[in-house]
Design a protein around this ligand. Structure first.
Ligand code: BG6
Length: 467
């Protein structure tokens, strides 16, 4: 008997900027990534999403492959500037139609859409007009965008997520300066992050008013933290890491408030986030129906008196990354016994069980969808076949880890490996592959099924019994 419920959603995921291409087609406005990725030195070898996998023009072929794979659900994101070229105001009907057609195509094959409203591609017009996430004006603009999506797609889409991974677009955008708008300022980061939570809560409120018979959630990545030793300093550092990287981001959407001790520390130390009247009630009254959990790796933590900054490995040369941490608080350190990918991410399936159970312990038995999980690798091609056995091994062990969490009592309802098809990895180019489907960039973007494709089809066929 399978440990997975009979209606478990075996899925796969992508995001608009990473697959669609067609960055200026049919009236689409520019996103912050369309602009940023063209600035010298911002991405791996200057790669950008102008063409990506050209999913915009090939979505029917791609959905047919999803059906062949046996997907029960597909997680994708909508590009805000495709719908509102200026971020607000005039609607681009051609953009609206693209997602409407995509949704119809999915439903034709019985594939349930899961729609993410924001996977990092902000209309550049809003960045230019008022500084994007740094202004409260973004809340109304986001709500209007969300309401358009509810109105046009709500008759067919039942599973909605507002945001994908605030830690990345705010953390990398405003703390480390590696994503647009390339700012390095903790005060600005925390205030921008607050506006994301307000936009989320406002869009949840509108969702509930819309009468859509569905659920709305928030997608966060979790890197469960464990101290590298049991020394009090490492344990205390780990608590800081977990507070900042997990509780700060999960509490406002699942409890409706920030962790009080961290909020007090931030407001006393940095003077942010600044609340306006009504903010507290808005967060409190509009918590999520479910949490989307992205999991790739854990991070082991140590006390930190030296490292200040986050030198990520973006080349795929093992060991190319540098120190990562906030001086005086914590740093991430390598697990001497750990197994690592070429991008120095620890492969640790137990961490997925831990992440799910930590959510259960802190927030109760909230419904969970694993909205991303996967192995980024340079896949070997032998005699024209893409032999991604390491991906199969990775996914197998992580699916088993979800099974363990279900046995322990967690309410996990779906699994969306990252990614359905090879995507553009934001800072790592096209060489960091995640898909079940290979995109032959030397051969007109032809699609080819990888070894993992047939393997995952059999997992789905047997509801996770045959791993
Ligand atoms: C998540 C994002 O952070 O991780 C995806 O939601 C991203 O968009 C994925 O592609 C893997 O990260 P990376 O940096 O390897 O592409």
């Amino acid at each position: 008997m399978s440990v997975f419920p009979p209606d478990f959603l075996w899925g796969a995921a992508t995001a608009a900027y990473q697959v669609e291409g067609a960055h200026d087609a049919d009236g689409k406005g520019l996103s912050n990534w369309d602009v940023y990725s063209h600035l010298p030195g911002t991405t791996y070898q200057g790669t950008n999403g102008d063409v990506a996998a050209d999913h915009y023009h090939r979505f029917k072929e791609d959905v047919a492959l999803m059906a062949e794979l046996g997907l029960k659900s597909y997680r994708f994101s909508v590009s805000w500037p495709r719908l509102f070229p200026n971020g607000r105001g005039e609607v681009n009907e051609a953009g609206v139609k693209f997602y409407s057609d995509l949704i119809d195509e999915l439903l034709k094959y019985g594939i349930e859409p899961m729609l993410t409203l924001y996977h990092w591609d902000l209309p550049q017009a809003l960045q230019d007009a008022f500084g994007g996430w740094e202004s409260r004006e973004i809340v109304d603009a986001f709500d209007a965008y969300a309401r358009l999506c509810y109105e046009r797609y709500g008759d067919r889409v039942k599973l909605w997520a507002t945001f994908n991974e605030t830690i990345c677009f705010i953390g990398l955008g405003y703390l480390t300066g590696m994503h647009p708008p390339g700012v390095k300022d903790p005060r600005r980061a925390l205030q921008a992050c607050h506006h994301v939570f307000l936009a989320h809560a406002t869009a949840v409120r509108s969702f509930r008013k819309s009468g859509i018979q569905g659920q709305i959630g928030f997608v966060n990545v979790m890197q469960p933290n464990d101290p590298i030793t049991d020394s009090p300093d490492d344990v205390a550092a780990c608590a800081w890491a977990e507070g900042g990287f997990t509780h700060w981001l999960f509490d406002p959407v699942l409890k409706g408030c920030y962790p009080p001790e961290l909020l007090a520390a931030a407001q006393q130390g940095l003077g942010v986030p600044v609340f306006a009247p009504g903010d507290e009630a808005l967060l409190r009254d509009n918590i999520c129906d479910f949490i989307g959990l992205n999991y790739y790796k854990r991070e082991m933590v140590a006390a930190n008196n030296d490292v200040d900054g986050f030198a990520m490995n973006t080349s795929g040369q093992k060991g190319a990354g540098g120190g990562m941490g906030f001086k005086g608080l914590f740093k991430f350190v390598r697990n001497p016994k750990g197994v690592y990918t070429d991008w120095d991410w620890e492969i640790y399936p137990q961490g997925l069980t831990d992440a799910i159970m930590r959510i259960n312990t802190r927030y109760g038995r909230v419904p969970i969808y694993i909205t991303e999980n996967g192995l980024g690798a340079k896949d070997p091609i032998v005699d024209g076949k893409i032999l991604d056995q390491p991906r199969i091994d990775y996914l197998r062990d992580h699916i088993a880890a979800i099974g363990e969490a279900i046995k322990l009592g967690a309410d996990v309802r779906g699994y969306y490996p990252w990614s359905f098809i090879d995507i553009l990895s934001w800072l790592n180019g096209y060489q960091k592959q995640y898909g079940f489907v290979y995109v032959d960039r030397d051969n007109g973007l032809a699609r080819k099924k990888k070894l993992s494709f047939d393997w995952y089809r059999s997992v789905i066929d047997t509801n996770g019994e045959r791993l």
